[in-house]
Design a protein around this ligand. Structure first.
Ligand code: SF4
Length: 291
């Protein structure tokens, strides 16, 4: 079965499955292989790692990127310059209006034409419904053996960046909440089962677009409210925010998120290299302050 690579939480795996193709949501390794995106300054390391990995892995028939940030748009240009089959999903920034829902649905239809061009089959209503029942996304679970309850938020992370989780555990932390894009912020809302039966494309749009808070949404007050509520419920003593260098979206939100949270926040930037050496001291100091 042909694999369709993507990384964004706004791309419904169910839609790919309904076309008879395999959704392949990549967590990039982190150390980006050579590929379309060069190792230049100013490039988001996550985007580079995702694009280069998906462009060089065997069995990937097509790549889906989204318009949520300028870096991913640039990644799409790098891929198309190489002539690789790719699709740029236009995710509406606004998310509260009926017209935004309709725009998202029309993007699903445009994506469908791309998937069919790669050998997918045109799905009927039953196939979409079946795919929704078949796929059950779940957030990544992270933990640790320490005594200090901590929450994570921020963007996605590569496999290399998972080493920070080990460092947090080593320094006495216990992750009780992962509200990053690799965790809760990457999981669609619960499906409206009434709409799944009557209008499954609308059900997809609601779950993946209308009710999924994120840093790119406008307005994005719900992100702050969501994070504050989740952190309070988790009883975390502190929050570590992970963001990539050159990620303007998360960088701009740090002050507002800090203000919204009921506990201290540590802002960590990731540069695509091993995150442990350059963050060890800061994380240790943060944990000592909480302990
Ligand atoms: S981490 Fe930020 S800059 Fe990088 S791809 Fe995600 S949103 Fe874009």
């Amino acid at each position: 079965m042909s694999r369709i690579a993507y990384a964004s939480p706004y791309v419904p795996a169910e839609w790919i499955v309904a076309h008879g193709l395999e959704p392949y949501r990549i967590q990039p390794e982190g150390a980006a292989p050579r590929g379309p995106v060069p190792p230049s300054a100013g490039i988001c390391p996550y985007m580079r790692s995702f694009v280069n990995q998906s462009a060089t892995e065997p069995h990937v028939a097509g790549i889906i990127l989204t318009t949520v940030c300028d870096q991913m748009r640039r990644g799409y240009e790098f891929i198309t310059d190489r002539g690789l089959p790719s699709f740029c999903f236009n995710v509406p920034a606004t998310w509260r209006s009926e017209s935004a829902v309709q725009l998202y649905v029309s993007e699903l239809e445009r994506l469908s034409r791309f998937l069919v061009s790669l050998g997918g089959r045109q799905p009927d209503t039953n196939a979409i419904r079946d795919a929704i029942h078949e796929c059950s996304p779940s957030p990544s679970t992270v933990a640790g053996g320490g005594q200090i309850p901590l929450a994570l938020t921020g963007g996605p992370r590569t496999k290399l960046d998972e080493r920070l989780i080990d460092l947090i555990e080593e320094t006495g932390g216990h992750i009780v909440l992962d509200a990053t894009e690799s965790g809760l912020l990457g999981v669609p809302a619960v499906f409206n089962m009434k709409h799944v039966d009557t209008d499954p494309m609308r059900a997809l749009a609601e779950a993946y677009h209308s009710r999924l808070p994120g840093v790119s949404r406008r307005p994005n007050d719900d992100l702050h409210t969501f994070l504050a509520a989740q952190v309070t419920a988790s009883q975390a003593s502190g929050v570590i925010l992970l963001r990539y260098l050159w990620c303007d979206l998360w960088h701009a939100e740090v002050p507002r998120i800090r203000k919204a949270l009921p506990v201290p926040l540590l802002d960590i930037d990731l540069d695509g290299e091993d995150p442990v050496p350059r963050n060890r001291t800061r994380i240790q100091a943060f944990m000592e302050g909480l302990g």
